[in-house]
Every structure is written in structure tokens, then in C-alpha cells.
Design a binder for this molecule. Structure first.
Ligand code: C2E
Ligand code: MG
Ligand code: MG
Ligand code: MG
Length: 280
């Protein structure tokens, strides 16, 4: 009986694995088409500058409007594009669309796009960024690129070189989800970053936990000592916003300021966003 159960268990496992692989393959095929069939959308989340009390930049976040499954979030499909080797193609669409939207709809604001670590692997990034800027007409100083710290560990020398080339254009680099990766600030100092975004997990407990508050205050001071612009991610309450202002954080981003929204909707609600209203 045990032998049979084991055998059935194995067959069940094999069938499950087979289904998973088939599903993954199907998603990969559909995602390749989605890029050209206009199923991808960008939503924009405001980033609020404390010093000027204004929304000064927007982060572009991608969504997939799947014809049968509805909206799919990036955490589910970005890894598929990365592993299947067409993340750069997807990213080209994101960069160009983001630059165009901000150029056409949000005069004076900057836009940040997220790129994957693998996009530093070949030498193509510089030309790709330049192309998005040229085709959209957006001033290069209004474009920012967000990269997670793990991207910095793959091939440091080459990554630094690529970043420096792109920075000559006037484009800025931000470290995304700072504190969640495996890089130390010592390692990161070698890279030409303009700012860091403190991960949401640091911001979440600052109202209730004094230790968490001290850690965030130290990270802000440390960042400032390195002349970096500090963004707090995942700001969800007025209390967090006030604490971060006291701590001299530079930029706030999170549901309390504004959720990610389609560009037309953001344009409409912009004057009513909380941080902005405070000064009106
Ligand atoms: P991220 O770049 O760290 O983006 C922040 C994520 O946190 C977004 O999730 C955003 O909707 C969410 N968020 C913002 N404020 C709050 C808040 O106050 N509370 C909470 N709980 N969440 C908040 P989203 O849009 O699902 O994106 C997830 C990740 O997918 C992004 O993390 C980014 O790493 C990646 N991603 C998104 N768009 C792209 C893209 O175009 N290209 C690449 N390569 N990655 C992308
Ligand atoms: Mg980001
Ligand atoms: Mg982040
Ligand atoms: Mg992230």
C-alpha cells in the first residue's frame, strides 16, 4: 500500500509540475504578444517633495490587462519576461510610454522607470534610454531610473561604466527597495547614484516602534552624508508623513500621498492630493 501511495504521489507530483511548466510557457507566449497588442498599461504614482510641498515626480508602474484574466500585477509577469529574455523589449515600451506621457501631460515633472538587473548585462541600455528620450522629446534631466541593489552585485565594473555614460545625458539613478537586498552601503557608495528609496518595510513600523524610527533616522542621515536624495516608500498615514518630515526625509511616496493611477486620472486629482493640499 505504501508503495502504491508513493507511486501515486509521484505521478501526482509529475502531473502538477507538467501543468506548472505548461502554464508558464503559455504566459510567456501571451506576454510576448501583449507588448505588441497594446495590453500593457502604465499607472503613475506621485512622489512628493517635502521641501517644496509639491509633487515633483511620478513613478511609472506597469500593469497587464489580460484579455481573459483581467489585470495582472508586475510581480507576476516581470520575472517571466526576465527569464524568457525579452525584458528589454518590455522595458523599451515602458520607457517610451512613460517619457511620452510625462512629456505630454505633466509639464515640469520628472518620471522614474524601473529596470531589471539583467538590462545591464549587454551594452544596449545607453542607446535604449537615448532612443526613448529622443522619440518622446522629454528633457533628459526629467528622467530617472530605479534599480534594486542586487543589480549592483552582478557585474560592478561594467554597471558603473554604463551608469556613468547614461548620467552624462542628465538622467538620474535611484536605488529601489533600499535595505532589502544584499549590498552594503559601503559597496553601493562606489556606484554613481543620485538617490535612494527606503523600502516600505522600514517605514511601516515608524509610528509604533521607536527602534524602527531610529533606524530610519540613521538611514536618512547616512544617505545625506553621501549626498543622496532620500525617498520614503510606502507612506500610508499622516503620522508617518509628519515623522518623516521631522527627520528631514526629502521625498515621500505611498498610498497616503496617492495611489498609482492612470495618467488622465492622476492629472485630474493632482490638485487634491494630501501633501499638496497642506500648502494651499
Ligand atoms: P517598486 O518599484 O518598489 O514599486 C513600489 C510598489 O509598491 C508598487 O507595486 C506600488 O503599487 C506599491 N506601493 C506604493 N505605495 C504603497 C503603499 O503605501 N503601501 C503598499 N502596501 N504598497 C505601495 P507594484 O505596482 O505592484 O509593483 C511591484 C514591483 O514590480 C515594483 O516595485 C517594481 O520592482 C516592479 N515593476 C513595476 N513596474 C515595472 C516595470 O515597468 N519594469 C520592471 N522591470 N519592474 C517593474
Ligand atoms: Mg520602483
Ligand atoms: Mg520600491
Ligand atoms: Mg520592488
Amino acid at each position: 500500500a505504501t508503495k502504491n501511495a508513493g507511486r501515486n504521489g509521484w505521478m501526482f507530483y509529475q502531473r502538477e509540475m507538467g501543468e506548472k511548466i505548461a502554464q508558464r510557457q503559455e504566459m510567456e507566449n501571451e506576454l510576448r504578444k501583449a507588448i505588441h497588442e497594446e495590453q500593457l498599461r502604465l499607472v503613475y504614482q506621485p512622489r512628493y517633495d517635502i521641501k517644496t510641498s509639491r509633487v515633483t515626480s511620478l513613478e511609472a508602474l506597469v500593469r497587464w490587462e489580460h484579455p481573459r484574466q483581467g489585470q495582472i500585477m508586475p510581480d507576476r509577469f516581470i520575472p517571466v519576461a526576465e527569464e524568457a529574455g525579452f525584458i528589454s523589449e518590455l522595458s523599451d515600451w515602458v520607457m517610451l510610454t512613460a517619457c511620452r506621457d510625462v512629456h505630454d501631460l505633466f509639464p515640469g515633472l520628472s518620471v522614474s522607470v524601473n529596470i531589471s538587473a539583467v538590462e545591464f548585462k549587454d551594452g544596449a541600455l545607453y542607446g535604449r534610454v537615448q532612443r526613448a528620450l529622443k522619440l518622446s522629446g522629454l528633457e533628459s534631466t526629467r528622467m530617472e531610473i530605479e534599480v534594486t541593489e542586487n543589480a549592483m552585485l552582478l557585474n560592478p565594473e561594467k554597471t558603473i561604466q554604463i551608469m556613468n555614460e547614461i548620467r552624462v545625458l542628465g538622467v538620474k539613478f535611484l536605488i529601489d527597495d533600499f535595505g532589502t537586498g544584499y549590498a552594503s552601503l559601503g559597496q553601493l557608495r562606489r556606484f554613481p547614484f543620485d538617490g535612494i528609496k527606503l523600502d516600505r518595510s522600514f517605514i511601516m513600523p515608524i509610528e509604533t516602534c521607536p527602534d524602527a524610527r531610529d533606524i530610519v533616522a540613521s538611514l536618512i542621515n547616512l544617505g545625506k552624508a553621501c549626498s543622496l536624495d532620500i525617498t520614503a516608500e510606502g507612506v500610508e498615514s499622516k503620522g508617518q508623513m509628519d515623522l518623516l518630515s521631522q527627520m528631514k526625509c526629502d521625498v515621500l511616496q505611498g498610498y497616503y500621498i496617492g495611489r498609482p493611477m492612470p495618467p488622465e486620472q492622476l492629472k485630474k486629482v493632482m490638485p487634491e492630493l494630501p501633501g499638496v493640499q497642506d500648502v494651499l
